[in-house]
Design a protein. Structure first.
Length: 204
């Protein structure tokens, strides 16, 4: 009987995202259980060998890694038809070679940053309950849909009826994300949580 411990080949396909500057590269391997958004090269150099290697390419402007996909945001002056196959090949070989995707400790470091950001917001007991409700709704209804488009949404804070969220991956800088935010997310949150008056976004 043949040894079945040989590496299974890496399959990779691309998916359009609503953002014309971002393309989602989907693999058949789990890359990272959480979400890792690299808008700046500096953060990538510190935490992600994969994102760092992608930033070495002149046409890569942003890298977002989650579950089994990598969303690459390109520089405006390049066309996808010129770089898509190169990127596909690059990511496929990288994953196939079993190289490191993210450095140990990334999740903890990001959680700490998040906590520091969040700690500056003091919620009353009533507000804290509203925040829990908002987070649950975002996690249940919004995140899965946004992830399918190669992006991510994170709750940032709630203040005087205004919910601030952070858009990451392909959602960042995407022309249709404002529409999604206003018509979809804001509409749903207002219906489900009457205290919500508006939803605004920051780029992650």
């Amino acid at each position: 009987m043949e040894n079945t411990a040989t590496k299974s080949p890496v399959m990779l396909y691309t998916e359009q995202t609503p953002n014309p500057e971002s393309l989602k590269f989907v693999t058949n391997k789990m890359l990272y259980q959480g979400t890792a958004d690299f808008r700046e090269e500096e953060l990538a150099r510190e935490w992600s060998p994969l994102a760092s290697a992608l930033f070495d390419l002149p046409y890569v402007k942003g890298v977002y890694i989650s579950t089994n996909f990598v969303t690459v945001t390109k520089e405006f002056n390049y066309a996808w038809e010129d770089i898509m196959l190169k990127l596909k090949e690059f990511i496929k070989n990288y994953v196939q070679d079993g190289k490191a995707i993210l450095n140990e400790g990334f999740e903890e470091a990001m959680a700490k940053l998040e906590a520091e950001r969040g700690a500056s917001y003091e919620y009353t007991e009533n507000e804290a309950e509203i925040v829990v409700k908002i987070k649950e709704l975002l996690d249940t209804y919004v995140k899965p849909a946004v992830e399918m488009d190669g992006g991510n949404i994170e709750f940032k804070h709630f203040d005087k009826g205004i919910v601030t969220v952070i858009l990451q991956g392909s959602c960042s800088g995407c022309p249709s994300s404002t529409v999604t935010l206003k018509s979809g997310i804001e509409g749903m949150l207002k219906r489900m949580v009457p205290e919500v008056k508006e939803v605004v976004s920051e780029m992650g």
